[in-house]
Design a protein around this ligand. Structure first.
Ligand SMILES: [Zn+2]
Length: 139
């Protein structure tokens, strides 16, 4: 298996039954793109074009897809960008960065959560306790 470095685009109406490796098939009428996984595993990758799906850019010569193509459901778990007909592979470093980003976001969330309890004005807390106390006394 050899990782492809480029994909040639082909505008089609219907996605053909037999896909050729190295070709990104784009169907405008059906707003979808299909290609064989660029890692060479020959799994079929379908990227529907939609406002919340993928966006395709055609500069008159080459095609870009965004966001990146992440084939997490395949054994290869390949992850790459298709930019101007080139396949830009997300390296291991990129993956670490993504994980690091996730960890950072988690820390931010933890900070936010602890921050809210720390920064709650004392009066508000007391007021709440009083209300709760009143509530229990009423019973
Ligand atoms: Zn693959």
């Amino acid at each position: 298996m050899r990782q492809l470095q480029e994909l040639r685009h082909e505008f089609v109406e219907f996605i053909p039954d037999t896909l050729e490796s190295g070709v990104l098939y784009i169907s405008i009428p059906y707003a979808t793109t299909t290609h064989l996984c660029a890692c060479g595993c020959r799994n079929e990758v379908v990227n529907p074009l939609a406002p919340h799906g993928w966006q395709m850019t055609f500069d008159g010569r080459s095609v870009s897809l965004s966001p990146s193509v992440g084939n997490w459901s395949f054994d290869c778990e390949s992850h790459y960008w298709i930019r101007r007909g080139r396949v830009d592979w997300a390296g291991a470093m990129e993956r670490d960065r993504i994980d690091a980003g996730r960890a950072r976001r988690r820390m931010d969330i933890d900070r936010d959560l602890s921050g809210t309890t720390d920064e709650t004005p004392k009066g508000l807390k007391a007021g709440w306790a009083q209300r709760m106390g009143a509530f229990f006394r009423r019973k």
